[in-house]
Design a protein around this ligand. Structure first.
Ligand code: AP5
Ligand code: MG
Length: 213
């Protein structure tokens, strides 16, 4: 089992980059998407997660690590994972290392999408997402062919509940406090590949593909 981790602040473009890597044989795992699926299904886990996510707070480590453990244990050992939005605390990073070790796998690279706060606010304010295929659009930078409709499955796009100015600010603070320390954690393991995420979508995608060789 091999893995690439996409690390970066909310709105840096993790999901947008992941879309091209799926075509390269990676299995895309976004803990945010997995949690939103639970919310849509109105499960107990989903209801608890929604209350936290709507406030821009993290879901407890045990919950997300449990979801990832189930997923890894039910996957082929030859799978190549692309983790998007996981790990995002030091505890999660350590638990992932343990899980991967027991499966005799490894993290190949950690791609760090670097993006300043003011760019992020504009990106998240204009984001639209498909509830079916999870494709990510932007009203200006990546508009769908038909306004408000997904190109792939013709479903109406939605705006995420946590993409309002107030919650975006909170998410950026939580990132700085809890996730940014992962940069040194992975630097110490020589795994960080930085990418300038302020470039255009296609330039960022090319840069990430180059890093992954
Ligand atoms: P999650 O869904 O992972 O959200 P996030 O980390 O805040 O990141 P986003 O999905 O908002 O941004 P992105 O980097 O994917 O950007 P995107 O490609 O969409 O998590 C949501 C919540 O779930 C968390 O707050 C937390 O509560 C909970 N959660 C999830 N995982 C957890 C965990 N491990 N532990 C605890 N809690 C967890 O792009 C953004 C916009 O910009 C789009 O409109 C896109 O079209 C546009 N765009 C992208 N790239 C470019 C570019 N290069 N140029 C111009 N526009 C661009
Ligand atoms: Mg995302």
């Amino acid at each position: 089992m091999n893995a690439v981790v996409l690390l970066g602040p909310p709105g840096a473009g993790k999901g947008t980059v992941a879309e091209v890597l799926v075509g390269k044989g990676y299995k895309h795992v976004s803990t945010g998407d997995l949690l939103r699926e639970q919310i849509a299904l109105e499960t107990e886990l989903g209801l608890e997660a929604k209350a936290l996510m709507d406030q821009g707070k993290f879901v407890p480590d045990d919950v997300v690590v449990g979801m990832i453990r189930d997923l890894l244990q039910s996957s082929e050992t030859s799978a190549k994972f692309l983790f998007d939005g996981f790990p995002r605390t030091l505890v999660q990073a350590e638990r992932l290392d343990e899980l991967i070790q027991t499966m005799e796998g490894r993290i190949d690279q950690v791609v760090l999408l670097k993006c300043p706060d003011e760019v992020i606010v504009e990106r998240l304010s204009g984001r639209r997402s498909c509830p079916e295929c999870k494709a990510v659009y932007h009203v200006t930078y990546n508009p769908p062919r038909q306004d408000g409709i997904c190109d792939s499955d013709a479903v109406t796009l939605f705006q995420r509940a946590d993409d309002n100015a107030d919650t975006i600010r909170k998410r950026l603070n939580v990132y700085a406090e809890q996730t940014a320390p992962l940069i040194s954690y992975y630097e110490a393991k020589n795994l960080i590949q930085p990418v300038d995420a302020t470039q255009s979508i296609s330039e960022v995608r090319v840069a990430v593909l180059e890093r992954l060789g």
